[in-house]
Design a protein. Sequence first.
Lengths: 1179, 277
Amino acid sequence: MTLKSCCPAMPNSLLWAVDIFGRVYTLATAGQYWELCKDAHLEFKRVSAVKQCCWGIACDNQVYVYVCSSDVPIRHREETYENQRWNPVGGFCEKLMPSDRWQWSDVSGLKHQQLDSLVLPSPHWEWESDWYVDENFGGEPTEKGGWTYAIDFPATYTRDKKWNSCVRRRKWIRYRRYKSRDTWAKIPSQDDPKQLPDPFNDLSIGGWEITDEPIGRLSVWAVSLQGKVWYREDVCHPNPEGSSWSLVDTPGEAVQISCGPYDLLWATLWEGQAMVREGIDRNNPKGCSWSIVEPPVPENGIMHISVGVNVVWAVTKDRKVWFRRGVNSHNPCGTSWIEMVGEMMMVNVGLNDQVWGIGCDDRAVYFRQGVTPSELSGKTWKAIIANRENDRSHTGSSSSLLSAGCFFGDEVRGSGDSLGPSDTDTSSEAERPGLLPEDEPCLGHGRPRGEEEAVSSVNREGKAQGTAPAELPWTNIDLKETRKTCAHSASCFAETPSLSSLGLFPMGLEEGYGADDHPLWAWVSGGGCTVDAHTVLKWFTIQSGLSASMQTLSLSITPAQTAAWRKQIFQQLTERTKRELENFRHYEQAVEQSVWVKTGTLQWWVDWKPHKWIDVRVALEQFTGNDGTRDSILFIYYMFHEEKKYIHIFLNEVTVLVPVLNEAKHSFALYTPEKTKQRWPIRLAAATEQEMYDWLALLSTSCSESRRIQGRPSPQAIWSVTCKGDIFVSEPSVDLEAPGHPMPCDQMFWRQMGGHLRVVECNSHGVVWGIGYDHTAWVYTGGYGGGFFQGLASSTSNIYMQSDVKCVYIYENQRWNPVTGYTSRGLPTDRYMWSDVTGLQECTKANTKPPSLHWTWVSDWYIDFNISGGTDREGWQYASDFPSSYHGYKTMKDFVRRRRWARKCKLVTSGPWLEVAPISLWDVSIIPGYEEGSKDSIALWAISDKGDVLCRLGVSELNPAGSSWLHVGTDQPFISVSVGAFYQVWAVARDGSAFYRGSVSPRQPAGDCWYHIPSPPKQKLKQVSVGQTSVYALDENGNLWYRQGITPSYPQGSSWDHVSNNVRKVSVGPLDQVWVIANKVQGSHSLSCGTVCHRTGVQPREPKGQGWDYGIGGGWDHVSVRANATKAPKSVSQEMAQDSPSRTADPEEGDESRESSFSNKTMLVVHAGQEANGSAVTC
Amino acid sequence: MTDDKDVLRDVWFGRIPTCFTLYQDEITEREAEPYYLLLPRVSYLTLVTDKVKKHFQKVMRQEDISEIWFEYEGTPLKWHYPIGLLFDLLASNTALPWNITVHFKSFPEKDLLHCPSKDTIEAHFMSCIKEADALKHKSQVINEMQKKDHKQLWMGLQNDKFDQFWAINRKLMEYPAEDNGFRYIPFRIYQATTERPFIQKLFRPVATDGQLHTLGDLLKEVCPSVITPEELDGVKKNQIMIHGIEPMLETPLQWLSEHLSYPDNFLHISIIPQPTD
């Protein structure tokens, strides 16, 4: 039994379905009602959905695409070049030589391309602006109208005009924007009527996992009434409609088709077999050939098929459901059929290989429960009994009556129902020209909708009154008993096989439906619906009006918490304590307090050489001081040369406890300031993971207790994240930013928060956002604990399920030899043929495990093409020898090659985080402070994972998640953004240059235009952070730069000043304090990578500071100090300011010497391999 | 108070100031002073009265000492009821401290169970927890626990260690996320006015329509006499008391079970007549 006390936060995704009247509904994973599709003008016979869109065949036999709305527009950049040649008379002019390219051309010069020749591809697009000249050239601004110069066409262009520049050209840009979102947009027919496919019968979309390029690529497959298979070319995020249909040859006439998220594609044939597409891969998403799979039983052919990543489900003509065993990428045909319980009209496989079906008898949508990666066939069918949105008024009123303790009279019921039948309902019966003409006679027997509604609501209320069954059963439908009706429907099918399961509504079953209180469905598509084994769905119970309103609960205040009954209990308990204790405190306690000792056996990584794990006895002694505070000592008893010894640690001196999980050991590291200086924590390991977490939770709680830290972190807290995604938070002391003698940052106490993040950013009003490894955006809920902190160390509310997905990479290495070419046989001195990135560790597909037991594989190994340096078509990168720099093409000098394999794994944990759906983020930044009591919302900027710049609207202390995104247009993808005080917004583009956003203010939250700021010479920037007035940027080589010359009148500044090297991340706070993650730091015992460092000596007149103070590490990956606006008390700071010159005179702290010691440490890495073991978390 | 966690602490650290006096007929060698003590509401009388026993035995002859028992205004106090329940049921609305009379003679065999040692209390306590878990989780949680976890529950109660107790007890308070609560709510309803010791029935935290059952729903179902129409109109005849407080009838039962159960995992609900001022 899996027990969960926290409720999960679900990203809201949609299940799409079509009822027998052709109306399209969606059901949200977090919802309880089927909602009518926003654009309800059309009736549909088929839909196929993915997360971002849904394709459908409407009753006019046209194909439509419904692109879900998003705050980020779909934009496409059109560009064309204007070419000019110099002549002695007129200088540069549009007169070109006859051999030259056109005056207006594409980039290659081969295609004539005038501005007005570029037109919108369909009525669903609109121009964003007029044409304009691109003045940015390779990260540098050009002068003189964007012209770039060369000796001749085609040649290398430069931004500067030289004496021999004979030609010049400039790029013109215009963006078009897709406008038909949240509506069904008709896919334009092709120009050539001969090419036009005949009406479509079925359609399926998928294939988005085949390749990442271009972004959002989709495979759209369709089957025409004549049985031909068509593929839609060029469907991707920036081109949601695709370009044209192309015919794919088939061995027979296809009836129905199903395309999985990855490379599975099956179709059913008229004769009852299935055909399976083979050879689908990154380079050939259309595949190359078909193979045939025979139906499970020869006399009952396959009528319907649906595929996922590793599964194939089928329905045969006798409505039986079948599961195909042994299907995977390498064997798309699978091995054999297994019959499943239940009889279905159709089944549909969605995300995570979850399965939905439409019941044969009752036309209800069923969800297959218990589908997990290890049990792909699931356990039981469970009917979704969510009501439709328009039914809501019924349940709402009946439940409110119920709670008032009344009984229903006929009158009440009647009046409620009179609202039921709406205009559209009755009219839909009359004007349904295209919908299932063959089915008309069947449907003619159907009741008018209004009547059906009335019956159903009577039934529902009847249930509510009577003593309904004590428990809603898990509907394990065993339809084999209803043989009679099924036989009927099967025969019905046999006569009209071309219809397959499309909207068929057999006559004989009519009475059966009348009494049902659910809608009748014809089609379901789960391709956009994210459900997994952990998801809790509210689809299986009729929800009352009350809990429906709970859905809209705001983040910070849940209605339950403000409920009167709760307040009353809190209040009465306080009164009781007062009444029963206040006057009697001098009474003796019945039970005396004593020391609670937890003891156990752990393993300890010994301090002396040779370092190894030894068994130790461990005891935690807790005692209560006279003032009621608690403190604890941890004793570690060990044997040294057969002598009993012990070490002890006062928990009030512990600065951080870090879990260190790998497959071999369940361990954790314990740091004190001294241990941090040494870069050598105390490491302890437990026999089981549970035991390790018990100790870790107990010790963490005890540490927090001894420091009197509890509850949610303060709004000023400093947040950080380790390389393993663990989240830590520290309460800044007042003297942390004292100008003279700040508190050394190795004394900071960090406590862990539940959850898993790659980036966390905060501001001084308690708004905290995070980004997961899978780019999901999360907002902090105000809770604490979660993860392994359970029970008392965790808040009851505001803890939600959180999941994250990341990739594990291994490398396949090959060496060239003259006889056989590249082989996996290397030289004896070579690295392993399957290895990690360094080549030192052997990593095969079979022996590589997920990072810890908490992670599970969610994909198979696949070749990763997105690696710096580029790859060839098979993913190989070439080099002259190992280890070397690799490139994506083979040359004569290349004797080795490698390719990267990736495998996705998933973590499910919990923490005080709620997803901010649906846009995935790359970077985020929150304005550090804003005017107290201001009604303006808090400025929050972000970069989407596609590189769009976004500005969040409606962010406030009470609503930290904000309301919507405002897209800020750019001419290229961005990678980093930071919003500092006074709404100064800086960003870094993918070409490594920086941009300043002008005129950002509360009234103009997105500002007006970008000012281009070149990067430091020969460096590509990768991150920027803006404090009160300071702007710092970081380049790809780890150099930290300070922006010189920023004034209120000239906020762009004048130049970049080098501050330090060896930096991985930077965070500048509202006091202009500078914190970084340093790459490598030497301690007295060992070296650590990823260390939190604090810039010392930062003063208003010396914003660059003087030196570094080293804090916790290694293994830290991100820090955000942007919430800490706690100034040291005035008197102290003045006093300290006088002290500071003497301190800065210390050569050790000097900037230059620090840099040289940094570079020394870079050298040290090679020697320090073994010693680096001491770090808790290795990067 | 903002967090539900604080409720658990308040419940656990509830104390009743008590004055123990030796029964007048007990034979003493010298005069017995009354003994004042803060009794934990969630504990058991015989578990926390070692000091009381020692105090009075000092003034008595060895041969006059047999099993100790307690009585309040003529009613023998059942040691196997939690102290808070005894107080709410018998002595709420009276002046503090609570005056308990200590007896060493004439053990009321028909009213009280013998309590020869703390093992007896432990056995009783553990059997209550097991019964409660049978109702909540078909015993799955308690059975999955190790012996040392069971011991930790008991030691936590015995030594008044909130953290120690709740480190384990929280597992008993969890339920599958797909359900909205326990299978059945472990509760006992005591009425001061009836002979019947208590009412205990099967009752689910969630109605078939998905609505959470409230305290009011429970009483309506199992003890309808308490929820009279007048009661709903605001004319209070009874007090419905748990841990010395009167939760609103709208309070969800599942929440009550998670937060106001005694350490034995039962909701002990006292129904006492509304005092007439």
